[in-house]
Design a binder for this molecule. Structure first.
Ligand code: FES
Length: 141
């Protein structure tokens, strides 16, 4: 049996929503210090809905597949729903990731949160710090 599911391979080989949004309303960049991989997510927001999402990932195949799947899962959704997306849900939607690759899906969850936090900050929208705890800690380092 292959280490990776067909869905992981599909999203790795044909990633959805790759690219940059030049006039993004929010941009989130996160990295994993251990593997050195970086993920960047761009969002467009209108009336609280994520009208567009794009990503750039300088990372492994699982990180590419995770960001591709995660952007598909939140596109067209309200910000409140995107904020509840967990890395586990992303991994499940990919029909699983090997245990030692779960951190790759964490990057996707955190990059989305970082992009939404950026949008909130730029627009002086109050936010719940608890929701962004992981991302805020990383930014404060
Ligand atoms: Fe680091 Fe996948 S090995 S994100």
């Amino acid at each position: 049996m292959s280490l990776y599911s067909e869905k992981v391979m599909d999203h790795f080989k044909n990633p959805r929503n790759v690219g940059v949004i030049e006039d993004a309303d929010g941009v989130g960049e996160v990295g994993n210090a251990k593997c050195g991989d970086i993920m960047k997510i761009y969002i467009k927001v209108r009336d609280g809905i994520l009208t567009d999402v794009k990503f750039e990932t300088f990372g492994c195949g699982s990180a590419i597949a995770s960001s591709s799947m995660a952007t598909e899962m939140i596109k067209g959704k309200p910000l409140s729903e995107a904020l509840t997306l967990t890395n586990k849900a992303v991994a499940e939607a990919l029909d699983g990731l090997p245990a030692y690759k779960m951190h790759c899906s964490v990057l996707a969850e955190e990059a989305i949160k970082a992009a939404i936090l950026d949008y909130y900050k730029k627009n002086n929208i109050p936010y719940d710090e608890e929701t962004f705890r992981g991302v805020l800690e990383e930014h404060e380092e």
